[in-house]
Design a protein around this ligand. Structure first.
Ligand code: NAD
Ligand code: UFG
Length: 334
């Protein structure tokens, strides 16, 4: 079975490509390297012993998509490609609407033309907005607070509308909670350009001395220690969730939370990172970050019951592997 993975050299996509290959799937990747590096293809080969067929280009490029669907026998698509920085989406909304929506619309149109009916979409816990209670089940009300989140919500709606007119389609929407960590060898991971927005990449920069200290955004939330609580999930567990979703992909539109079901505070993460990696993470408490919510974690019952999937790796694994990747990446750069 041949799977087209859009955004397959990105952080979650590259880990998923490895899991797919290791589970016997043939993989075709399209990426324009707008937020990833060509080196990732070599890393995938080193990890799996397989070079996925690769097309460099934009998912919004219909001519390129037609070339792929003509040359390759694509059975299913996993669609990761898109921009994902919340703050940037507030400053440059058109860039986000254009890239995330146009690429998805063009991809779905070409899939329709080539009678490809299996589609897995990367959505996000951000579509739950500020949840009224916890844990969050898939039927919670949806809302967003930024253009990035709105693109996810709009694409979910597009998929629901498409399914209405074609109930033979197999669509799975996966709502990720907070992916962190890296695969064990340290060849793939997350190392964003510029100053990181997300907690774990920021902590890693502090650990390696590239940033002086972590700014903890608020300690006056209604949580156990006042800092924000999130459902961090190891990216390898998340990648395995995609393989399970693909294995189970059948007629229908299905939605699953992919998280661990456990919430950890910012200070939990800092302390765990320090303990397992034997490093110090100096921090200061600063004002809340606008748009942040107090707490967010998943009810993962549905994925466990219907996909036979649940996260297995611990918060210690996540902290160890995130640091290991950067140490390896820094060694490779020397
Ligand atoms: P990423 O930026 O590392 O990967 C996205 C990849 O898509 C990159 O390699 C980028 O070069 C590519 N890309 C972007 N637009 C493209 C286009 N038009 N054509 C071709 N390639 C394009 O991001 P990620 O963390 O791996 O996230 C993957 C998906 O999961 C995204 O859709 C993201 O919104 C979603 N998601 C991520 C998180 C998270 O915290 N990382 C949480 C929830 C949902
Ligand atoms: N935080 C800090 N300091 C930092 C960065 C983050 O204290 O320098 C705190 C935040 O306030 C929050 C927690 O760490 O309490 C996690 O923040 P992240 O930025 O790592 O993650 P978010 O939950 O804000 O958002 C992420 C992605 C979104 C996605 C969401 C749910 O950035 O795109 O997870 O999947 F939608």
């Amino acid at each position: 079975m041949s799977i087209l993975v859009t955004g397959g050299t990105g952080y979650i996509g590259s880990h998923t490509v490895c899991e797919l290959i290791q589970n016997g799937y043939e993989v075709v990747v399209i990426d324009n390297f707008s937020n990833s590096k060509r080196q990732v293809l070599t890393s995938i080969y080193e990890i799996t012993g397989v070079k996925p067929t690769f097309y460099e280009g934009d998912v919004a490029d219909i001519t390129l998509l037609e070339e792929i669907f003509t040359k390759e026998k694509i059975d299913a698509v996993i669609h990761f490609a898109g921009f994902k920085a919340v703050g940037e989406s507030v400053k440059e909304p058109l860039k986000y609407y254009q890239n995330n929506l146009e690429s998805t619309l063009h991809l779905l149109a070409v899939m329709q033309k080539y009678h490809c009916q299996k589609f897995i979409f990367s959505s996000s816990a951000t579509v739950y907005g500020d949840p009224a209670s916890l844990p969050i089940t898939e039927d919670f009300p949806l809302s967003t607070t930024n253009p990035y989140g709105t693109t996810k919500l709009m694409i979910e709606q597009i998929l629901k509308d498409l399914y209405q007119v074609d109930p033979t389609m197999n669509i799975t929407i996966l709502r990720y909670f907070n992916p962190i960590g890296s695969e064990k060898s340290g060849r793939l991971g997350e190392d964003p350009n510029g100053i990181p927005n997300n907690l774990m990449p920021y902590i890693v920069r502090v650990a390696t001395g590239k940033l002086p200290q972590l700014n903890v955004f608020g300690n006056d939330y209604d949580t156990k220690d006042g800092t924000g609580v999130r459902d961090y999930i190891h990216v390898v567990d998340l990648a395995k969730g995609h393989v399970k979703a693909l294995d189970k992909l059948d007629a229908g539109l299905h939605i699953y939370n992919l998280g661990t079901g456990t919430g950890y505070s910012v200070l939990d993460i800092v302390k765990t990172f320090e303990r397992v990696n034997y490093v110090s993470i100096p921090y200061q408490i600063v004002a809340r970050r606008p748009g942040d919510i107090a707490a967010c974690y998943a009810d993962v019952t549905k994925a466990k019951k219907e996909l036979g999937w649940q996260a297995e790796l611990s918060i210690e694994d996540m902290c160890l592997d995130a640091y290991h990747y950067i140490e390896q990446a820094n060694k490779r750069a020397d």
